[in-house]
Design a protein around this ligand. Sequence first.
Ligand code: FPP
Length: 243
Amino acid sequence: MNMIDPQKLPRHIAIIMDGNGRWAKSHAMGRILGHRKGAESVRVTVRTCRRIGIEVLTLYAFSMENWLRPAEEIRALMKLLKEYLDMEEDEMMEQNIRLMAVGKLDLLDKNVLEKLQYTMEKTSKNVKMVLNLALSYGGREEIAMAARDILTDGLAGKIKPDEIDQQLIQRYLYTRELPDPDLLIRTGGEWRISNFLLFQMAYTEFYFTKTLWPDFREEELLEAIAQFQKRERRFGRTSEQLI
Ligand code: FPP
């Protein structure tokens, strides 16, 4: 903890939680048990972020592309998500955490969607941290949705073509209320962003680790934040301009 400067925390951390399947394989277990173990890392990570004062934590829990997985795995992930929401509801209230979700939520199982909407509503006044779950989420799909909605509003005379700028597009994204991620963490050894928050990550700092998600714990989260704090974020300017 003393590696971290509390004055220079990332406001928004986004995480691609990869490696549950490989973790399970290396422990001679089925993939679903890997996801179950991954849910424990979710609990630890939420608790740590809340404790150290992160404003927004976005977790890539289910991508649009994940709908292509075997039906049994999809069912298990939905069940796990519902269980997580059931178990963590009280904790979110106690810890003053607001739940949000981004993605094509109408594709989710009805019972998961209802529980999600109920928990989002129940926690909607909480202010200490936003836990944002990306579910049935795809970055390109999000941008296409924004384009559709902008055109609809344009045709209705609410916006003119020359009013379309970066800020306006931002207001049509799922994440319209949130600051852009400062830090992206991807576990599982892959170096790609897999259709996650494409518009929002223009200036995000990346931390890639080989650690598989079920093994990702507080110590490495703090290490990722410590590394982030050593980076110089120039946003296109020169070092000298930042002084
Ligand atoms: C990627 O690992 C992980 C997922 C597709 C699902 C993430 C879900 C969880 C961590 C658990 C449930 C989430 C919540 C919010 C309770 P993978 O299966 O692609 O792993 P592999 O690349 O090793 O096969």
